[in-house]
Ligand binder design. Sequence first.
Ligand SMILES: Cc1cc2nc3c(=O)[nH]c(=O)nc-3n(C[C@H](O)[C@H](O)[C@H](O)COP(=O)(O)OP(=O)(O)OC[C@H]3O[C@@H](n4cnc5c(N)ncnc54)[C@H](O)[C@@H]3O)c2cc1C
Length: 293
Amino acid sequence: MKAFTYLSPKTVEEAIDFHGQHSETAKYMGGGTDVIVKLKDGWMEPDFLISLKKIKILNELHKNDATGELSIGAMVTHATLEKSLMIQKEYPIIHDAVSNIGSLQVRNVGTIGGNLINAVPSADGAIPLIALDGTALLEGPGGERSVEVKDLFVGPYKTILNPGEILKKITIPPQAPHTGSAYIKFGRRAAMELPLVGIGVLLTLDKNCKICTRARICLGVAAPTPMRAYDAEKWLTGKQIDEATLIEAGNIAADESKVRDSVRGKAWHRKEMIRVQVKRMGLKCLEMIKNNK
Ligand SMILES: Cc1cc2nc3c(=O)[nH]c(=O)nc-3n(C[C@H](O)[C@H](O)[C@H](O)COP(=O)(O)OP(=O)(O)OC[C@H]3O[C@@H](n4cnc5c(N)ncnc54)[C@H](O)[C@@H]3O)c2cc1C
């Protein structure tokens, strides 16, 4: 591994400043679970590694009870989200996704921000944040800007971030009553496995718990970037949801996915799993809504 200088700024401004001084040869690091592997394998050779760990505001997880908005700092680890009772109770789709990432060791240091900015199609953390209509707050040399999480990704390992930009936090708008959400990472093993496909479903029903007013169907490893199955969402919205409507939503989502063969699995298998799991996750959402009525 090539030698590098390790920098540990205490504020976002200081981090951006360090990056500005060494822009061509500097790299930000969150928990380092992706960065360290790349350093060791020689895929990345920065002269300066800027750790974001000591920047306090990036480590904050907070729900504003007055507005209902959830704010997740980019440096919040998967383990922190997994253990949070508030996340378990109010955002089950986040809990489903982060609690199956890698291993306990990976979850203890890996961050939600690193998961998004690494930008692989299999990023488990991306799916729930897209389903929950999350917004990413970025800051760089040009100031702050916000983008919807779904628009962060350009392609494998590519995001819309400009050089020197830092992901500061993700905010989730208040969730409507009668909402259920669930994620499944479908893989060959229970642990230390990237998903063959990842399927997240969120459903909101009207006040009588009959008609679907909002549907989100989000897929991982179904395209070069995490994607929303807009046609399937449209199919569900405005309808009374039952097993038959969810089966059809699964068929539509499978058809609009852009799955491919890869070393980890075949396209036809991925499609079948989308078909089946959209229905299963949808039924899980209905069950949650019924139990919380
Ligand atoms: C053994 C193993 C198993 C894994 N299993 C899974 C899995 O099941 N599911 C899954 O989704 N992932 C998995 N991963 C991948 C990885 O652990 C996660 O993507 C993790 O969330 C990355 O977070 P990090 O903080 O470690 O990122 P880092 O390695 O620190 O950074 C990743 C990238 O993001 C950039 N970055 C980090 N934070 C910021 C920020 N705030 N602003 C701007 N840029 C930033 C870095 O420069 C780098 O390019 C696994 C990794 C390993 C090693």
